[in-house]
Design a protein around this ligand. Structure first.
Ligand SMILES: [Zn+2]
Length: 341
């Protein structure tokens, strides 16, 4: 893929109302748009780094439509993977993932790493107020912000979006990590693509950033933000059959609405799942080490967690479970974790 970056200073005709599948008519290539407004420093907003995650497009369309007579603050808008967007794909098979190739990536240099370096260098020539990267995920997740460094400003950003924030340090090469230490930076996970509440909250957050003079210089009150981090990833061995129906005869059974447990705390006496086999799950920590026996126990065919954890990014699609994982298990960021042993 050899796509040329365009750098422009105006929104194309028809920007406010076009649909993602029409994107190539307005943005034939990835485009950085420099929009001037009353206040500086500008914010940097990236959308469509994953082509099918179009809530960011909807939110900047709503935001910028409001300010056709002038923006309260200058803004850079980076419209990322336009070819994947046109096809409704996260990334085109064989193409570099646009959110793995930012400065700090471990990836060998290629056209995409060079493009993101160019964007990064361009927008960081002068100070930035904040950097926001807008995404979606699958499954029944609430909207939440992800931050890669736990600073007061990043926590303010996360709390402005929702009362839960995820701290992550992997994968490398994500936009949010590149902007850390430059300005407050967060990734907004706006629930499923098109989810109205996610779009609305992203729009409101961006709107607030256009108006703010500075971030509050006090810590975020604890009740305004629960910070969590990924402790472990939960996989199901290939030979273990699964079903999301407790009356089924499969080896491993979850309740029918298992994905409603996303971001809810599962206590040590709550039944997590039911099993007919001895080792129905494989749980690995962030270092890839097996922590199954530390984290779960099986009693009379019932699976319990050994510590209070929060499942997140649950998928109930068996193909995705087999390829990727069933879910991640999150833990309160401020608590001692297995990785710190
Ligand atoms: Zn994404």
């Amino acid at each position: 893929m050899n796509e040329k970056l365009a750098i422009v200073s105006e929104l194309p005709e028809g920007f406010y109302d076009f649909e993602p599948d029409q994107i190539l008519a307005l943005f034939p290539t990835p485009t950085l748009i420099q929009l001037s407004g009353d206040k500086s420093p500008p914010i940097f907003v990236s959308i469509l780094l994953h082509g099918n995650e179009y809530s960011g497009l909807k939110s900047v369309q709503a935001l910028l439509k409001k300010y056709t007579n002038g923006l309260p603050r200058s803004m850079y808008l980076f419209v990322g993977n336009v070819t994947a967007t046109a096809l409704g794909l996260r990334v085109i098979p064989g193409q570099t993932d646009y959110n793995r190739c930012w400065p700090g990536t471990g990836m060998a240099a290629n056209d995409e790493t060079e493009m993101m370096q160019t964007v990064f260098d361009f927008v960081t020539r002068k100070p930035l107020f904040a950097a926001i990267d807008v995404h979606n995920n699958s499954g029944l997740n609430p909207h939440y912000a992800g931050i890669t460094t736990v600073t007061d400003e990043n926590q303010h950003l996360a709390a402005m979006f929702n009362h839960i924030g995820l701290v992550f340090t992997r994968p490398k090469g994500v936009s949010t990590m590149a902007f850390d230490h430059i300005c407050p930076a967060a990734i907004l996970e706006c629930a499923r693509p098109g989810d109205e509440l996610g779009i609305q909250h992203a729009t409101e957050l961006l709107d607030a950033l256009l108006h703010m003079d500075h971030f509050p210089n006090r810590p975020v009150p604890a009740h305004d933000l629960q910070l969590v981090r990924t402790l472990a990833t939960l996989n199901i061995p290939d030979q273990v059959s699964i079903d999301f129906d407790l009356s089924s005869q499969a080896d491993l059974l979850f309740q029918q609405d298992f994905d409603h447990l996303n971001f809810t705390e599962i206590k040590t006496h709550d039944v997590f799942a039911h099993t007919r086999v001895d080792r129905p799950l494989e749980i690995t920590n962030q270092l890839g080490e097996d922590v199954t026996d530390e984290l779960i126990r099986v009693e009379d065919g019932r699976i319990y967690l050994n510590k209070t954890l929060m499942p997140a990014m649950i998928t109930m699609d068996e193909a995705i479970i087999r390829q990727d994982c069933l879910c991640h298990l999150l833990v309160d960021y401020h608590l001692e974790t297995l990785d710190n042993r």
